[in-house]
Design a protein around this ligand. Structure first.
Ligand code: FMN
Length: 424
């Protein structure tokens, strides 16, 4: 079979066929009824384009930068714990991101050590949760810094929600001969996945080497999760402490509210990602693209605003940039590519997103991705959601929030209300 695929949907179909159902189910994830995970995708479909018919530009510039790093187009890799998808795991993802000129986000719950990942892509951001003692967090940051990580992503939008109406996959604590036998009915119908691991001579690794204490053993995924659950949740002072201890480019991932975005600015962050953890956290939180405009308007002139959640197409990237994102972070899209065809599959996904974004920039008549704005979109009434802004009009009939944020190096956009009226 030709390993190349045409869309991310096809990569997902191949991933589903190829992976044992428990591994595939862990990537689908979601929580409770799956309202948020669905809305992350549906909201992008509700937005339309307002293309021009002539006057298109032959040369188009998709480049931008995130937290001081130049990238070839506004898509970076969101951190995920990529356990058991592919033997090369995060190293393959990092190589693909480097080959396509973008940033690798590495989860602290990942299966590959930060040193190996930075060697594969020097433009790596290390991601941490608020877990363990302050000493442990300092030690993990020191290690990432020494390895050469160029930024820290602090992910705080996790409230340990559990239970899915469609059922959660069974995942063993450790993979050894016994658990392989137990899981055989799940694994044996997937010979290609088994063969990829067999060729590498390794069993899928369910440990978290980046959380290993000096002289200790790497905790298992579940051991690490237990430590996290036992850690008292952070305050805003803790966020400021973390940013200061890191002392370099720092992203707070998981912001959805305007008041939190402002507090993040006060805490000294460089960037935020408007994120609902890919719909894996509190179900019924709105789609991130609905919340982006108000957050971008509130703080986009002070810090960089990114978005993640539901990005599967280049047109989704264009829509997010048009509504105020400097760049997007992708999660499942590259996981499907990784499962379908390793490093080449992740490159394939990045190429699909780049191609779709370029088409959108072409069709809307721009020369640069930085020129995209709400006037390029058809935005249905009641599309946006403004959370945590005192005095904000939450009425679905008058959702308009301005997105007049002046992103560094990007032009000020028209207010969303005006663009809605013009595009109607
Ligand atoms: C399987 C899986 C594992 C994830 N693990 C992490 C993680 O370890 N750290 C983190 O900050 N976010 C994690 N996320 C969230 C992603 O970084 C990102 O926010 C989300 O996947 C974006 O939505 P999308 O998958 O629709 O692109 C994970 C998401 C998935 C699907």
């Amino acid at each position: 079979m030709n390993p190349w695929f045409e869309t991310v949907a096809e990569a997902q179909r191949r991933a589903k066929k190829r992976l044992p159902s428990s591994v595939y189910g862990a990537l689908v994830a979601g929580s409770e009824k799956g309202v948020t995970i669905d809305d992350n995708l549906a909201a992008f479909s509700e937005l339309g384009f307002a293309p021009h018919v002539a006057g298109h530009k032959a040369d188009r510039d998709l480049t931008t930068s995130v937290m001081g790093i130049d990238i070839s187009f506004p898509v970076i890799i969101s951190p995920t714990g990529v356990q058991a998808v592919h033997p090369d795991g995060e190293v393959a993802v990092a190589r693909a991101a480097a080959a396509r000129g973008t940033i690798m986000g590495l989860s602290s719950f990942a299966s590959k050590p930060v040193e190996e990942v930075v060697a594969a892509n020097p433009n790596t951001f290390f991601q941490m949760y608020w877990t363990g003692t302050r000493e442990a967090m300092i030690q993990r940051m020191d290690r990432a810094r020494k390895a050469g990580a160029k930024g820290l992503i602090a992910t705080l939008d996790w409230s340990f929600s559990n239970g899915r109406d469609w059922g959660s996959p069974a995942i063993p604590e450790k993979l050894n001969l016994k658990t392989m036998v137990d899981f055989a009915p799940n694994v044996l119908p997937h010979p290609r996945w088994l063969w990829t691991f067999a060729k590498s001579g390794r069993l899928p690794d369910l440990t978290t080497p980046n959380l290993q204490a000096p002289g200790g053993e790497a905790p298992t995924f579940f051991g690490a999760y237990y430590e996290w659950m036992q850690t008292p949740p952070p305050t805003w002072e803790d966020v400021a402490w973390l940013a200061k201890e890191w002392g370099g480019p720092f992203m707070l991932k998981g912001v959805t509210r305007v008041d939190d975005a402002k507090r993040a600015v006060d805490a000294g962050v460089t960037a935020i990602s408007v994120s609902n953890h890919g719909g894996n956290n509190l179900d019924t939180t709105p789609a991130t693209i609905r919340m982006l405009p108000s957050v971008a308007e509130a703080v986009g002139d002070q810090i960089e605003v990114l978005l993640d959640g539901g990005v599967r197409r280049g047109s989704d990237v264009a829509k997010a940039v048009a509504l105020g994102a400097r760049a997007v972070m992708i999660g499942r899209a590259y996981l499907w590519g990784l499962a379908a065809n390793g490093q080449g599959g992740v490159e394939n996904v990045l190429d699909i997103l780049r191609g779709g974004l370029d088409s959108a920039v072409l069709g809307t008549g721009h020369t640069s991705v930085k020129e995209l704005g709400p006037e390029d979109l058809v935005i249905p009434p009641g599309f946006t959601r403004t959370l945590g802004a005192s005095g904000a009009d939450e009425s679905p009939a008058s959702p308009a929030r301005k997105t007049g944020q002046a992103r560094a190096g990007q032009r000020t956009q028209k207010p969303l209300a005006k663009a809605e009226a013009e595009s109607a």
